[in-house]
Unconditional design. Structure first.
Length: 576
């Protein structure tokens, strides 16, 4: 995964890369790739601060000598990182990866049409999380004084990364193939998540110790590595943003229309704020939510799209009936939420569901599973919708019965990954439309009664079948990691949930829910046109490097004439 930053202090960047790092995690920093002169001057010996400053001076010479300024900074930095599970690459492998990446970005001689940029790749051991990685520093001022283009460099870097995965046999990014992605955490948010996760991990451990009895090691006397393992397992579940996303997803799945969605959000303890179209109060274009703050604190707001791609208002509306009356009712509820007034027209969320509905909606889930057997596994819209609805059902159940996020919450979060696609969902066909919305509505009431746990066990069996269907679709699309998470971790969690429910005539087969041989998609189109173009560019650059004769001497940079008060800084302008 490439991570790009910009600046104007080459010496600061390089000395940081060859130094100890923020947490002394840098070990044996050395060069693995760079322009011809640098690679002739330096071997793989550990670099000192003095060596780092010398490398920075060499890289910076075109900028200093030619006096060319670049908007946003002339220092371009990218780190290329592998998952810890992919292991450690050799210096030679990183040399090839870094060189191909620079070629794909057009920072070399660009097929012989431009003067090259000066650049270097530094490797200094594993990251704090155990990821093998390399840092690439580039001077955007080429050796002839023109500027390297950074137009859409984030997009180009992602395309280059996909090409590197293909060329060097690295693990393919599954979210790219599946056209889906989830948001990461900022450093500040990550720190809050870790603090909260440590507290919840301790609570769970102590509750389990009290329940099991006997001689149990106190939390603070556990081996630090075991404590950290338990905390790490809680991090994903205890992100405040994910808590809100589960509540929103549960309310959306349980609601028959937008007005009910707003009322359910408010009943779940979420603070709701609509976003209006310019100059209007009856046209809502989006929304944001926040956990109810403690006295004296300010709420932290998250937009729907910031919590998950499937939770934007337009995507949620694709699941509900569209009518002028419905829009007016929804606007009334949004306005009531904005003003902190009572709901405009309370609906079915205020009443206990009919116990007979458990059998009906359990049967509908079985019907949905049968319908899915006829759905092509490359129909991403349908499978994303099924994943979102099933995730919403588990989220509703989790919100109702789990005091702290547990197995049901984890199942909901993992399934939600399949729902967060790049593209918006199309409107489902009205004819024969079956969903898991009824199940979500019932499970949301589980803590208040319903028909009891036997009915929940029967419904869980059907939800596990839907989870298996989503797993089959992920496997057929060659999304091995996501499929494995569904097949092992999530299934194990749901089995634990089922074990806590009474045995029924149908739950005996739940652990071995019907598995169908996954149908295969023609994956010849995995390499899209953009990736293929980046791959071709890498291969051409590699062929050109083989043909040309390299020299250890750097290119001559003509110094600029001393500037006077009437002489402006020369700017050769952007490359053409």
């Amino acid at each position: 995964m490439p991570n790009i930053t910009r600046g104007d202090r080459m010496s600061g960047l390089v000395t940081y890369l060859v130094g100890g790092g923020r947490h002394n995690e840098h070990t044996e920093p050395h060069l693995v790739a760079g322009d011809d002169a640098l690679m002739a001057w330096y071997d793989d010996a550990e670099l000192s601060r003095e060596s780092g400053l010398a490398i920075a001076r060499h890289l910076d010479r075109p900028h200093k000598q030619l006096g060319v300024d670049v908007k946003g900074g002339h220092v371009w930095h990218a780190s290329l990182s592998l998952r810890a599970e992919e292991g450690v690459k050799t210096d030679a492998e990183w040399n090839a990866i870094a060189t191909d990446f620079v070629a794909a970005m057009g920072f070399d001689d660009n097929d012989g049409t431009k003067a090259p940029c000066r650049w270097v790749a530094v490797r200094h051991g594993l990251s704090k999380s155990g990821n093998d990685h390399v840092h690439i520093a580039v001077n955007l001022v080429r050796e002839d004084g023109t500027k390297a283009s950074t137009h859409l460099d984030y997009v180009c870097a992602q395309k280059a990364a996909r090409a590197l995965e293909v060329k060097h046999g690295l693990e393919l990014l599954e979210s790219s193939k599946g056209e889906r992605a989830t948001r990461g955490f900022s450093p500040a948010e990550q720190a809050k998540v870790e603090e909260r996760s440590a507290l919840f991990a301790q609570r769970k451990y102590e509750a389990h110790a009290e329940k099991s009895g006997g001689d149990v090691t106190p939390w603070h006397q556990l081996d630090p590595r075991e404590r950290q393992t338990r905390i790490t397992a809680e991090i994903r579940l205890n992100a405040p943003r994910n808590d809100l996303a589960r509540k929103v997803r549960a309310c959306a799945s349980a609601s028959e229309n937008e007005a009910e969605f707003v009322r359910r959000l408010r009943r779940s303890g979420v603070v709701v704020r609509p976003r209006y179209a310019d100059g209007q109060t009856d046209v809502i274009t989006g929304y944001s939510v926040a956990a109810r703050p403690a006295p004296g604190e300010r709420p932290i707001w998250y937009g729907g799209g910031h919590m998950g791609r499937d939770l934007t208002l337009p995507r949620l509306r694709a699941e509900w009936p569209d009518s002028p009356t419905g829009a007016m009712d929804a606007a009334a509820e949004w306005n009531a939420a904005k003003r902190n007034q009572r709901p405009a027209a309370p609906g079915r969320e205020t009443t206990e569901p009919d116990p007979e509905l458990w059998d009906r909606y359990t049967a509908e889930l079985g019907e949905l599973r049968e319908i899915l057997r006829l759905v092509p596994l490359d129909d991403r819209d349908t499978w994303a919708r099924v994943a979102r609805q099933t995730s919403g059902a588990f989220a509703a159940w989790s919100n109702a019965v789990e005091d702290v996020p547990g197995d049901l919450a984890a199942a909901s979060d993992e399934l939600a990954k399949s729902a967060q696609t790049y593209r918006g969902h199309t409107k489902p066909q009205k004819a024969g439309r079956v969903s898991a919305g009824g199940a979500a509505m019932l499970l949301a009431s589980a803590v208040r009664g319903g028909q009891g746990t036997a009915a929940q066990a029967a419904m869980l069996r059907q939800l596990m079948n839907l989870t298996q269907a989503v797993n089959d679709a992920a496997k057929a699309a060659q999304q091995a990691r996501h499929a494995e998470a569904i097949a092992t971790d999530i299934r194990a969690r749901l089995v634990r949930v089922r074990a806590a429910l009474p045995e029924t005539s149908t739950t005996a087969t739940a652990a071995t829910a019907t598995k169908t041989e996954p149908r295969r998609i023609d994956m010849s189109a995995v390499i899209d046109e953009a990736t293929r173009e980046a791959l071709d560019k890498m291969n051409r650059a590699e062929e050109n490097r083989r043909k040309r004769t390299t020299t250890p001497l750097p290119s001559t940079i003509e110094p600029t004439r001393p500037r006077t008060s009437t002489t402006s800084r020369p700017d050769r302008g952007p490359e053409l």
